[in-house]
Design a protein around this ligand. Structure first.
Ligand code: UD1
Ligand code: MG
Length: 425
């Protein structure tokens, strides 16, 4: 966050600085009514889209597929808990916004530079609220679903430890603004709890067309599998973080992918008769549902024009949550297709990320305050590529286009799976 200010200026006299620090400490302890309130949420817009999705999801889960009563009950309990999480996130974000602003955790909206909105201090790192609400829900949910001897319990808690560690490191990054090369490796530390506790299989099913060449149909990768898991966590977290900078994009892309994960899981559960396979996908639903609802709560404030920014706390948290979901439910290939826009954005970013071309602090489009339109720059991001391909547009239209593209990629993945099932694996 280049625009963030932290602490008083070094040029001020010591006495003045001490006085200011005292004042800011007093303010931090006793919230006052003078604090600027963040703008009303965009709950209407977010709910109208969400209702369509949840209608389809519940139809599949509770009517279309004949799923066992116990499993249905767990999914239902998880839904109820997740909706409570949505409400709690909605309530907590304005409260947390005041506290982060008082600690000088804010950013300026770069795509509004030159207008009145561009000079407003927008509270940063509100992903911390989503991360905490998500973790509390996921911890509470164990009571509703897992028995003490469940084999899932160890991995579930290891997954939560990794997500929690990622929230911590993301928040550290937001506060300390670590160099981005260090940012790249943070998720590999956060993934350690999961990698160390993982006792599941380390085998992959060889795609049918390759079996004649490999000679076997199941390949044990051993430690290489764990390396792959670590790399997937690093990719998912960073790829969400660098496909960002437009109001609503970070939370929006996560909501679309989480929705696709939920549909994929329920379809797999509905089509399978293997209890272990169903359990793996149910596990994925138990994490994806609270991820989706808490993200929607955040989106109510982060949608254009953003009243809050999500921060690296959120982008890392969301990436790690989706990575552990994909790893533990064994659908990482499908997950990578859901991540197609992020893969493309990463590929376009490679020359700048690896230092072949100069990489500025922010690789965002150019904003014209006269027309309110964005123009693509030469920086290698999908955001800029979209602007160059489809022409100048407003920030909100650009975000909607990018989210539609994300949804199309998810749809493409479902179609691909439909045609490849039986032939590929
Ligand atoms: C990554 C990107 C950077 C992009 C930034 C935007 C790489 C290598 N880094 O950096 O190019 O500019 O994300 O998040 O690709 N902001 C807005 N509008 C928004 C969201 C964010 O103006 O809708 C600005 C605000 O000033 C905010 C800042 O971006 O304070 C947050 O940037 P930060 O998340 O710290 O950037 P990085 O993740 O390091
Ligand atoms: Mg970021």
């Amino acid at each position: 966050m280049a625009a963030r200010k932290r602490g008083p200026s070094a040029a001020k006299p010591a006495a003045m600085m001490a006085e200011e620090t005292k004042k800011s400490d007093e303010k931090a302890i006793s919230p006052s009514l003078e604090d600027p309130s963040i703008k009303p949420s965009k709950i209407g817009q977010v709910l109208s889209v969400s209702v369509v999705f949840f209608g389809a999801f519940f139809y599949l889960a509770f009517y279309h597929y004949k799923i066992e009563k116990e499993l249905r009950w767990s999914i239902f309990a998880n839904s109820v808990l997740s909706f409570v999480g949505f409400g709690v996130t909605l309530v907590l974000i304005p409260v947390a916004s005041k506290y982060v602003l008082r600690r000088n955790l804010f950013g300026y909206d770069i795509n509004k530079k030159g207008t009145a909105q561009g000079s407003i201090k927008v509270p940063e790192s509100l992903g911390i609220v989503v991360g905490i609400v998500f973790l509390v829900l996921a911890i509470l949910f164990q009571y509703a679903n897992f028995t003490s001897d469940s084999i899932w319990l160890v991995e579930y808690n290891a997954a939560l430890a990794s997500i929690c560690f990622m929230v911590l490191l993301g928040f550290v990054d937001d506060v300390l603004d670590v160099p981005w090369r260090v940012k790249l490796v943070l998720p590999s530390f956060a993934a350690l709890p999961l990698l160390m506790a993982y006792a599941g299989h380390t085998t992959i099913i060889v795609p049918k067309p390759l079996i004649p060449y490999v000679g076997i149909d199941v390949l044990d990768l051993g430690w290489v599998y764990k390396l792959y898991m670590g790399l997937l966590a690093v990719f998912c977290t960073n790829s969400i973080n660098i496909h960002a900078g437009i109001n609503g994009l970070e939370a929006g892309q996560t909501a679309v992918i989480a929705a696709a994960i939920l549909i994929h899981n329920i379809m797999q559960i509905g089509a399978s008769s293997d209890p272990e396979y169903k359990q793996a996908h149910a596990f994925s639903i138990y994490l994806a549902q609270p991820l989706l609802t808490t993200t929607l709560g955040l989106l109510c404030y982060n949608w254009y024009p953003s009243s809050v920014f999500v921060g690296d706390t959120y982008t890392y948290f969301a990436g790690m949550a989706m990575a552990v979901i994909g790893i533990l439910a064994h659908f990482s290939e499908t997950l990578l297709i859901f991540f197609l826009p992020q893969v493309l954005n990463f590929l376009a970013s490679c020359p700048q990320l690896f230092g072949f071309i100069k990489c500025p602090r922010h690789r965002l489009p150019r904003f014209d305050p006269q027309t309110g339109l964005l123009t693509g720059t030469k920086d290698g991001t999908l955001v800029n590529i979209f602007l160059r391909l489809f022409g100048r547009c407003s920030e909100q239209s650009l975000c909607i286009r990018l989210l539609l593209f994300q949804a199309l990629c998810c749809l493409f993945c479902f179609v691909l799976r439909y045609f490849l099932t039986g032939w590929y694996k």
